[in-house]
Design a protein. Structure first.
Ligand code: IMP
Length: 195
C-alpha cells in the first residue's frame, strides 16, 4: 500500500477521499505527518492555491501529496466569490455572513447562474498534475435545507433541482465538484503509469 498525503486537516474530507481511493493508497492528513504549518494560500486562482499546498508538503516533508481548493463562481458577479469563497464576508469565514453577502450582491440581478469548481493538484514521483471537477447550478433567492456546509443552502445544481443542503451526502457527492475532482484523481492513481 503506497502512502500519499492529502494536504488537509479536515478529517471529514479525508474520510470521503479514502472511500473513493480504496485499498491501494494509504491517505495521510497533515495531522498524521505532524504538519501544523499555516500554509499561505496567496494565489489568485484555485489551481495556484492547490499547487502551493501540494508543493509545500512535497518540498518540506518529502512526500507525495495532493491538495484541493474550491470556489463558487457566480456569472453575474464576474466569477466572485471564486478563490475568496471562504472569506467573502471577512476573515471570520462565517458561512451565514457569506450567504447574506452573496444574496445581497445578487438582489435585482437577472442571472443567478453559478458553478462550483474544485481543483486538485497532485505531486507524485517528481511530476505535477491537475484535476478539475465542476457542477453547474443557480443561486436561490433564499436558504433551503439544513445539510452540508458553506453555500449549500443557496446552491441548486441543475441535475437535482433542490439545494445541496436538501440532498443526502451520498447524492451530493455523486454530482458535486469535489466528488468529480476526486474521482478523476482516483482514476489516475489507479494506474499512474498508464496516464
Ligand atoms: P475549500 O477550498 O474546500 O476550503 O473551500 C473554500 C470555501 O468554498 C469553503 O469555505 C466554502 O465556503 C465553499 N465551499 C467549498 N465546497 C463547498 C460545498 O461543497 N458546498 C458549499 N460551499 C462549499
Amino acid at each position: 500500500m503506497r502512502e500519499i498525503v492529502f494536504a488537509t486537516h479536515n478529517e471529514h474530507k479525508a474520510r470521503e477521499v479514502r472511500e473513493i481511493l480504496g485499498e491501494s493508497w494509504k491517505v495521510l492528513t497533515l495531522s498524521d505527518i505532524v504538519c501544523h504549518d499555516d500554509i499561505p494560500e496567496t494565489a489568485d486562482t484555485l489551481e495556484g492555491n492547490a499547487l502551493i499546498k501540494a508543493r509545500w508538503v512535497r518540498d518540506r516533508y518529502g512526500k507525495d501529496c495532493f491538495a484541493d481548493d474550491t470556489g463558487l463562481m457566480v456569472d453575474a458577479l464576474g466569477g466572485a466569490p471564486g478563490v475568496m469563497s471562504a472569506r467573502y464576508a471577512g476573515e471570520a469565514c462565517d458561512s451565514e455572513a457569506n450567504i447574506d453577502r452573496l444574496l445581497g450582491e445578487l438582489a435585482g440581478s437577472g442571472s443567478r447562474a453559478a458553478h462550483f469548481s474544485t481543483v486538485v493538484a497532485l505531486c507524485l514521483d517528481g511530476e505535477e498534475y491537475l484535476f478539475e471537477g465542476r457542477v453547474e447550478g443557480e443561486i436561490s433567492r433564499e436558504c433551503h435545507g439544513h445539510g452540508g456546509f458553506g453555500y449549500d443552502p443557496v446552491f441548486v445544481p441543475v441535475e437535482s433541482g433542490v439545494s445541496f443542503a436538501e440532498m443526502s451526502a451520498d447524492d451530493k457527492n455523486a454530482i458535486s465538484h469535489r466528488g468529480r475532482a476526486i474521482r478523476k484523481l482516483a482514476r489516475f492513481l489507479d494506474n499512474p503509469k498508464l496516464n
